[in-house]
Design a protein around this ligand. Structure first.
Ligand code: NOJ
Length: 556
């Protein structure tokens, strides 16, 4: 067994790290490419750990790097206990974990338990074994409706568009049963009522815990259990891809999922070092999401209600108040987040005229192109507001550079299954997944030694490259570095929030310990309360706060 983070000598932490940590999401395909094939890899990440330590984050979460045909960028896993050769080897994973730990950075890995790849040995065995077999019982195979089973077993739609069922050919070549896939057809859903599936995943958890990871981000944590009988369901037309409406959705948020997480809670608690589970659960209310972080379940859940809140002071105050109340009612911290690999980057999203349903994405033909200057200004203000809140926070790679969504990816370069499964009606998520710019004057902006990049990088990213921003007083990178240092210094993550009223309807203002955070979301400047300026999201703040700006103040 390898060393765990807790085995290393570190100053005592007043609260478990996950209650206040800033966790940086690495999307391995797009972070740093050491091999030169245009796809990021684990050695690339290891080579950049010093940059992450300098930024001042507490942990990284790695999107999947397991063996996979990459039909959904690695969220289609064919072997949960190995690294895909695209990304490196198990030894590279060990080096990365050790390198992160040596720098005081914890490592969370992604766990994808709702579905496997259709290339997974279990699914291949299920196809070969035929109806009624033990092998098919690990997935959700059903006979079709209609006279000859020619219709899918129910009307469910895939999150990526089209039907959620695919019919297989049986061994003799005749059309046979159907299998459920809430996502791409290459991602068959497991049947979590099957004890064999449960035991298999306990083994997967142990495999990575034994290698020293500090926790798991659990993919589609609201989807594992399906309602008995698999009844028909039609989602509301404007539902985001991964969440349903307020009604009882037969595949999201079914009560039986909680039993699984109670089981995992005990398993993870058996390891030293405060290891943690974080739910990716797109649920329609904070009240429901809080069920995933009850004391005997997961430690964290992404606060997607917060992510989806518009740039509006009243709405932000309401979502923060409700989050703090609902999560603390179950003894959990809130975990704030503004961007990830499934949503339009917040430096673009916050300037959209109309909200876009999650997962649909934007592209050159989307009406109302957002103003990049407004977007970046709001993004910097929003991040400064978020990092002042008590609780944990997730950052998505590139937001510390102020990267916008890449809108103009040519049609022929797009790769998200959403784009193909909706017949190009929805752009999908490629625009937030473009490889990072590290060095302005290098080919591919230093992402890869050869200049190759699996998605094209916009030319204007040259100026946003990390080396161009490093040490520049007004850059977004310097802003994030300063915010993270001050957040740590003033222990804001473990603090408490006290609202400050009376600064105007368009202002969000609160005290967190010694620090006063004031954000102006309106269109007019507002006077700042007395106090010493600690950090501001824009240069030149003195006495008044311009629109779309956040300031942190110390007592006068
Ligand atoms: C959520 C992941 O974040 C997303 O990228 C993926 O496509 C789906 N789950 C399916 O695994």
């Amino acid at each position: 067994m390898r060393m765990s983070f807790a085995d290393e000598s570190r100053p005592a932490d007043p609260a478990p790290w996950w209650r206040h940590a800033v966790i940086y999401q690495i999307y391995p395909r797009s972070f740093a490419d050491a091999s030169g094939d245009g796809i990021g890899d684990l050695p690339g990440i290891t080579s950049r750990l010093d940059d992450l330590a300098e930024l001042g984050i507490d942990a990284v979460w790695l999107s999947p790097f397991y063996r996979s045909p990459q039909n959904d960028a690695g969220y289609d896993v064919s072997d949960y206990r190995d690294v895909d050769p695209l990304f490196g080897t198990l030894a590279d994973a060990d080096d990365l974990i050790a390198g992160a730990h040596a720098r005081g950075i914890r490592v969370i890995v992604d766990l994808v338990p709702n579905h496997s790849s259709d290339r997974h040995a279990w699914f291949q065995a299920a196809l070969a074994a035929g109806p009624g077999s033990r092998e098919r019982a690990r997935y959700l195979f059903r006979d079709g409706r209609g006279e000859n089973g020619e219709l899918p077993p129910n009307n469910w739609e895939s999150v990526f568009g089209g039907a959620a069922w695919t019919r297989v050919a049986e061994a003799d070549g005749t059309p046979g049963q159907w299998y459920l896939h809430l996502f791409d057809r290459s991602q068959p859903d497991f049947d979590w009522s099957n004890e064999e599936v449960r035991e298999e995943f306990r083994g997967v958890l142990r495999f990575w815990l034994d290698r020293g990871v500090d926790g798991f981000r659990v993919d589609v944590a609201h989807g594992l259990v399906k309602k008995a009988g698999l009844p028909d369901y039609t989602p509301p037309a404007d539902a985001g891809s991964m969440g349903g409406g307020l009604d009882d959705v037969p595949y999201w948020g079914q009560p039986g999922v909680h039993e699984i997480y109670r089981d995992w809670h005990l398993l993870v608690a058996g390891y030293a070092g405060d290891r943690a589970l974080c739910a990716e659960a797109w649920l329609p209310t904070i009240e429901q999401t809080a069920l995933w972080v009850r004391p005997d379940e997961m430690q964290q859940a992404f606060n997607f209600e917060y992510l989806e809140t518009e740039w509006d002071a009243a709405q932000l105050r309401a979502v923060v108040t409700e989050s703090l109340a609902r999560y603390s009612a179950v003894g959990a911290p809130s975990t704030w987040v503004l961007s990830n690999h499934d949503v339009v980057r917040h430096a673009t999203r916050l300037a959209l005229a109309e909200p876009i349903p999650q997962g649909w994405g934007i592209g050159p033909r989307t009406p109302g192109r957002p103003d990049p200057v407004v977007g970046l200004r709001r993004a910097r203000a929003a991040s400064a507001l978020m990092l002042g809140l008590p609780g944990g926070a997730y950052l998505y790679q590139g937001e510390e550079l102020g990267l916008p969504e890449a809108i103009d990816i040519p049609d022929e370069a797009r790769q998200d299954p959403t784009w193909f499964r909706t017949n190009h009606e929805r752009y999908g998520r490629d625009g937030c997944r473009v490889p990072l710019p590290w060095t302005s004057d290098a080919p591919g902006y230093g992402f890869s030694p050869t200049g190759a990049s699996w998605l094209p990088q916009p030319p204007e990213w040259r100026e946003l490259a990390r080396d161009a921003q490093r040490g520049e007083p007004d850059s977004t990178l310097t802003l994030y570095t300063t915010l993270l240092a001050e957040r740590r210094h003033h222990a804001l993550g473990t603090g408490t929030l006290e609202w400050i009223e009376g600064l105007g309807d368009d202002v969000v203002a609160f005290r967190n310990g010694n620090v006063t955070v004031v954000a102006n979301l309106g269109t007019e400047p507002v006077p700042l309360p007395a106090g010493g300026l600690l950090v501001a999201s824009e240069p030149g703040v003195a006495g008044v706060l311009a629109p779309d700006t956040t300031a942190w103040l110390l007592p006068a």
